[in-house]
Ligand binder design. Structure first.
Ligand SMILES: *Cc1c(COP(=O)(O)O)cnc(C)c1O
Length: 541
């Protein structure tokens, strides 16, 4: 057991008599530092703004009769009211800077502050893609340097830097495959995808116009090699395989799979979202991969979540590189990095290609997510090659520590398949009959944790996917394990209080399905009691 910290509390020991929520109701609804906060529509006032502007005078109206005839009606707040509103809301949120974020497949690791500092340097933060190229040579150097690191780390041939998320990178890779097939006059129609794949994989293939067929798994949870081989044929454009997979397993047969797919005339797309488990250890290029996206926001620690910025560069094999999207960077004979925007350029993406480009087009208006590039390169350079290898080793060690610390109380459906990679997978087997994975996840909120990924991958009943990442200390892992063990034991014992969890969150259990399926996106002013003015007649609150 770990040494006590300054407060005398030892990691791994339950905290007794510490329930701040117990006690009488308060008149404000606030509970000490936990503040209640109404909607902005309820506190805002259509007459208030944060700035004082004079009424516009003079100047001809050039709106051609399209000007607004009524008040816009959005709530206005003064600056201090606005700051407090959003700060109060943000305090009801969970964040990687607050605690361990066990969301599997998402790689919620610490975002080093050094990255942030570098990204905020004015020379990076304030550049604009339409600036004259001569004024942004440094930014182009960063893109090119990062591109080379990605090529080296993956053992691939070229890289398309512009895709703006993992899913966008998938689309880029599949469009490269399509372009390569079309260039040889080959109209193949089918992409094979394992059952355990992230939903973006089949969605991408369908979006690019392919039919999707499932590849079954073997009893280990890995791709069934024989089933895959027997399905290959002249109609198969390629396979999309995640390695390590979303079951947290390394696909040991990937080289043999690639050889078979190539033999049959297809291409291999690898979903590289889980690259943090193998960075510095395995080069996907050595396994015969033709295209793979890298989630800079996962593996290389750039902040993400809540739809926040992603970046999904795609590394490409020699066969696919000529088809990659514009623009790309290349260092020409003068030693300067240039941005190649035209298809007739005869150097390809990061210099490795000598032939003519046959680009399928563009993925974005400009060059990709500059802010993520600077953060990722800062992360890579500050870790170095050996540090990146240790990232993978520690991520895998932490996940196995969780898997083996809990597999006596939680069912680990692939626990028999050897060590896991960066994430530990559990199922709801053994829970009392009326207790579900959702109940357990809600109880974890009461323990102060964001829940793990639930009900994904789909191939495991009541799945719980836990990814601790390499940035958690042993003390943090021990406390999380204690919390998860406790809620798992309650789930097995049929503790009915789980069904109404969370009990201590600012809001109780919500109907998340209804919220997702039928979101109410417009606020409607509630009707006031008869005879009283409406909120807007009162000028807001
Ligand atoms: C996160 C993830 C994706 C999608 O990446 P986005 O950046 O969210 O678009 C695809 N596949 C796997 C396995 C992932 O974990």
């Amino acid at each position: 057991m770990n040494a006590p910290n300054a407060s005398g509390w030892k990691p791994g020991t339950p905290v007794q008599d510490h329930n701040a929520m117990a006690g009488p109701d308060t008149v404000t609804g606030n509970r000490a530092l936990m503040l209640e906060e109404p909607l902005i529509f309820e506190i805002g006032n259509t007459e208030t703004t944060g700035v004082d502007l004079p009424e516009p005078t003079g100047g001809a109206n050039r709106l051609g009769g399209l000007e607004r005839s009524e008040k816009i009606g959005i709530p206005g707040l003064s600056e201090p009211e606005t700051v407090r509103h959003y700060t109060r809301l943000s305090r009801q949120n969970y964040a990687i800077d607050l605690g361990l974020f066990p969301l599997g497949s998402c790689t919620m690791k610490h975002n080093p502050r050094l990255n942030e500092k570098v990204a905020r340097m004015p020379g990076f933060a304030d550049v604009h893609p339409l600036q004259p190229v001569d004024t942004v040579r440094g930014a182009l150097e960063v893109m090119n340097e990062l591109a080379h690191w990605l090529i080296d780390l993956t053992g691939m041939h070229g890289v398309a830097m512009s895709p703006k998320a993992g899913a966008h990178g998938e689309l880029c890779g599949i469009l490269c495959i399509r372009a390569a097939l079309e260039a040889r006059g080959d109209a193949r129609e089918v992409i094979l995808v394992p059952e355990s794949a992230h939903g973006t994989n089949p969605a991408t293939a369908a979006f690019a116009g392919y039919k999707i067929e499932d590849i079954p798994a073997n009893s280990d949870g890995r791709v069934d090699l024989d089933a895959l081989k027997s399905r290959l044929g002249p109609d198969v454009a390629g396979v999309m395989i995640t390695n390590p997979s979303t079951l947290g397993l390394f696909e040991r047969d990937l080289k043999e799979i690639s050889d078979a797919v190539h033999e049959a005339g297809g291409f291999v797309y690898c979903d590289g979202a889980n690259f943090n488990a193998i960075v510095g250890k395995v080069r996907p290029g050595d396994l015969g991969v033709d295209a793979m996206h890298i989630n800079l926001h996962k593996t290389f620690s750039t902040p993400h979540g809540g739809g926040g910025p992603g970046s999904g560069p795609v590394v490409l094999s020699e066969a696919l590189s000529p088809f990659g999207p514009l623009p790309y960077t290349a260092r020409t004979k003068d030693g300067v990095v240039h941005l190649i925007e035209e298809e007739d350029a005869d150097a390809f993406s990061e210099e490795h290609f000598g032939g003519k480009m046959q680009s399928f087009g563009r993925m974005t208006a400009f060059h990709g997510q500059m802010g993520m590039f600077t953060r990722a390169l800062s992360y890579i350079l500050s870790h170095g090659a050996d540090g990146l290898r240790q990232v993978a080793e520690d991520a895998v060690l932490n996940a196995n520590y969780i898997l083996r610390s809990l597999d006596d109380v939680l069912d680990a459906p692939f626990g028999h398949s050897g060590p896991c990679m960066h994430e530990a997978l559990f199922s709801d087997k053994g829970f009392a009959e009326d207790i579900s994975t959702l109940d357990l996840a809600k109880a974890l909120i009461d323990e102060g944790y964001h829940p793990m990924t639930m009900y994904f991958p789909l191939v495991v009943h009541g799945a719980m996917l836990v990814e601790p990442t390499e940035t958690e200390s042993k003390a943090a892992l021990d406390q999380f394990i204690m919390a998860l063990r406790s809620v798992a034991e309650r789930a097995k014992a049929g503790d009915e209080t789980l069904k109404t969890a969370p009990h201590y969150a600012p809001r109780r259990r919500l109907d998340e399905t209804l919220a997702a399926r039928k979101p109410i996106l417009a606020w409607e002013e509630p009707n006031p009691p008869a005879g009283e003015p409406t909120m807007s007649e009162q000028g807001g609150r």
